[in-house]
Design a protein around this ligand. Sequence first.
Ligand SMILES: [Zn+2]
Length: 466
Amino acid sequence: MSAPEAPPGRPVERTVIEHCAVATVDADDTEYTSGHVVVAGNRIESVGEGPAPRGLTGVARRIDGSGHLLTPGLVNTHHHFYQWLTRGLAQDANLFDWLVALYPTWARIDEPMVHAAARGSLAMMVRGGVTTAADHHYVFPRGSGDLLGAEIRAARELGVRFNPTRGSMDLGESDGGLPPDFAVESTEEALIATEEAIDTHHDPSFDSMLRIGVAPCSPFSVTTELLRSAAELARRKGVRLHTHGSETVEEERFCRERFGMGPTDYFESTGWLGGDVWMAHCVHMNDSDIEAFARTGTGVGHCPSSNARLAAGTARVPDMLRAGVPVGLGVDGTASNEAGELHTELRNALLVHRLAGGEKALGPRQALRLGTYGGAQVLGRAEEIGSVEPGKLADLALWRLDGLGHSTIEDPVAALTLGAPAPLTLLLVDGRPVVEEGRLTTVDEEEVASGARDEARRLSRIAAQR
Ligand SMILES: [Zn+2]
């Protein structure tokens, strides 16, 4: 990786951030107590202790980061943006009851709704330090418009790096699946639309702002045929695979009854373990499941708040990390995690795993790694993002830690992960500011909020008319 070339006749524009603590999240967890980062174009040019090197040319902006911590931007590995319109419903249900309650409403979504929901979901995450977001969209009602296109448009408007996955469901209730028949597509429709999405949108380049993934929804909403064919399609196209796995005891029971094996063995039998696969949740994993994920390099999108909200259980993340499984964090859809933020998941992950596994189960630095480098690994982008290292893309978060919430915590990483949600002074994606002084720079937050509220009410009205 080399420094970016300047367009002919124009010097590369540099941004200098200095006098801040830096947690690089590189392989050695290198930290600087008062360091600097130089950004040139869309890349990180240098990082180190002390002020930036003297004599830099083309410095367009110099930021005094005193009282701040600079980290890699956060990476969200699992979400369902459309759920922004159905938050706060089915408040006391487990996963299956919650899904059955919500499917009929979700089956009425359309393109303007998904656009407004994606703007809301993304704005909430970006405001909290997310620079790369994955989404899993699997509800495609007939005649509802270009739903994946609506999400992609929203991500461009926000300026965030985006990994949307084209999801699908083809196992309706009458065939023994969980979703009602009206909420599913045919196997063939799902595969054709997924291939189209890849051909239309996928950008494999190093500094890509958009990578498509292939994402049949779950073992209880998808046929074995679709799982197998989707894996073949993704590998033929060179894109990644994503799904939900081992989320609840009910899913485990479903797999044992229908396939005669647990979810991980079922996934393995359909070609769904591998270094190009990541799965959300993975709560109910035995030792041999964890070993299979480690052996194959299959990644995990850990969603602690959603797992708690739906009482799904606690994923064995410390055991997974010890075994060498790549693990990132996920918000999950905001119908099962109404907060919709990722920076608070760092703290939630740490707390949940200490409750389950003791005071050494997960530390502040491990929590930060899950939310940054771990997420980049899971999305197959660890060469590009997830740590502050020269040559990587300039996706950076500058957290203010000298205010009321954090000024008495000497260790900045502990302040970020154990303390209250830290205010964000600056967030860069691809070298461009998307948050300044806690405010989104690319969209109007109030407009995003009212637009989403209007579409949520429209959805609720349409769903009530059935
Ligand atoms: Zn999910």
